[in-house]
Design a protein around this ligand. Structure first.
Ligand SMILES: Cc1ncc(C[n+]2csc(CCOP(=O)(O)OP(=O)(O)O)c2C)c(N)n1
Length: 378
């Protein structure tokens, strides 16, 4: 493929030099590149497709690495990598192996951390901002400018994310927390918080109940989270802010997959044993390698997971207290969408809440129920 603008981007300064129209064209090229890369190589393509405009706007407005971006989990950092000297690793098939799927300071000065676990970005950002502010107090300057955490709505259910929000409000000082709300974790979000996020989306950010404001944080809502012009405008307004702010943006996970918007409701029949890269919020978008799975045997974890679920399912009718619990990684443990639908109250996806899931299981066991906790661990 030809990649006119993208292949000319070697540093964020090249993004600063583009015209507004070129910025839009760059987003288009990046989306095409991600789709092509995903088909050939696989990866967290759905998550990255949703943040194309956000990442381009971040690099347009801020000045990395002086300004620091911390991508939560960092599975959505491909666009950031493309804009920080690593575009060829996505454009040139022979170089696909040159970058990892997550941020890594050994790869680039634009990556602050090796990440993988959800929910940590706000705490990491608080730490960077704390030291920046102490350095400024002592010497009047710091090598760190704006600190920006980018966290998904799914990752927001991690306990540590709330610990970070709690710290951020108290700490004060410049800290920008971008909540990338695409209404999906890997599977659907779970929990009472998500009803409140939906109300914020529906009211253009004006709903009275606002969990971010409840923490004492400033708040802004951006409905057009996939519009680069809007994002550039908003980020320019919050750049250099002197206190912590949550910028809640509404985006579409998987934006650009062939099917257009038709499967955005998350119930698009995406079949985990035969995943198709649908548009919008299909779980398959989040798969490491959607196409490689087609027609091939399941990997061992999914295979044994499916066997375990089949044997548990046979017991549901005789064991009313049997509960399968999954903290947000159903597919990788062989918990298919069909199983979830059939299981009803016997299945709970607690969201990205491993600690809660373990304690929840303990409570169920104490009360005489039989919990089965299916979680991912190294
Ligand atoms: C502690 C922990 N639990 C589970 C995972 C697996 N995981 C990776 S990304 C992800 C979903 C993230 O969803 P969200 O934050 O909404 O980002 P999106 O991909 O939708 O943009 C999960 C559950 C993980 N990386 N870390």
């Amino acid at each position: 493929m030809t990649a006119g603008i993208l292949s000319s981007i070697h540093t964020p300064a090249d993004v600063h030099a583009l015209s507004a129209q070129q910025l839009r064209d760059l987003c288009f090229e990046i989306r095409t590149t991600l789709l092509d890369y995903g088909r050939k190589h696989g990866g967290h393509i759905g998550s990255n497709l949703g943040v194309v405009e956000l990442t381009v706007a971040l690099h347009r407005v801020f000045n990395s690495p002086h300004d620091r971006f911390i991508f939560d989990v960092s599975h959505q950092s491909y666009v950031h990598k493309m804009l920080t000297g690593r575009a060829e690793a996505y454009l040139d098939e022979s170089r696909f192996g040159e970058v990892t799927g997550f941020t890594n300071p050994l790869e680039s000065e634009h990556d602050s951390f090796v990440l993988g676990h959800t929910g940590t970005s706000i705490s990491l950002a608080c730490g960077l901002a704390k030291t920046r502010d102490m350095q400024r107090a002592a010497t009047g300057e710091s090598a760190i400018g704006n600190v920006v955490a980018i966290i998904g709505d799914g990752s927001l259910s991690s306990a540590i994310a709330f610990e970070g929000l709690n710290n951020a409000a108290e700490q004060g000082g410049n800290l920008i927390i971008i909540v990338n709300d695409n209404e999906m974790s890997i599977a659907e979000d779970f929990g009472g918080m998500y009803g409140q996020l939906a109300k914020l989306r529906a009211s253009d950010g004006t709903a009275e109940l606002n969990l971010f404001k409840a923490f004492g944080l400033d708040y802004r809502y951006v409905e057009q989270g996939n519009d680069v012009d809007t994002l550039v405008e908003v980020l320019n307004e919050v750049k250099g802010i002197d206190h912590p702010i949550v910028v809640h943006i509404h985006t579409t996970k998987g934006l650009g997959f062939d099917d257009g918007e038709e499967s955005n409701n998350g119930s698009d029949g995406c079949n985990q044993t035969n995943p198709q890269p649908h548009a919008g919020k299909c779980e398959a978008n989040h798969w490491q390698d959607p196409e490689a799975s087609l027609g091939k045997p399941l990997d061992a974890r999914k295979y044994y997971g499916e066997m375990a679920m089949a044997s548990l399912e046979r017991r549901f009718s005789n064991e009313p207290g049997l509960v399968v619990i999954s903290p947000a990684t159903p597919g990788s443990n062989g918990i298919t969408r069909d199983f979830r639908e059939r299981a009803g109250a016997h299945y709970v996806d607690t969201g990205i809440t491993e600690e809660h899931a373990a304690a929840f299981a303990a409570g169920i066991a104490k009360a005489g129920g039989r919990p089965v906790l299916a979680t991912s661990a190294t």
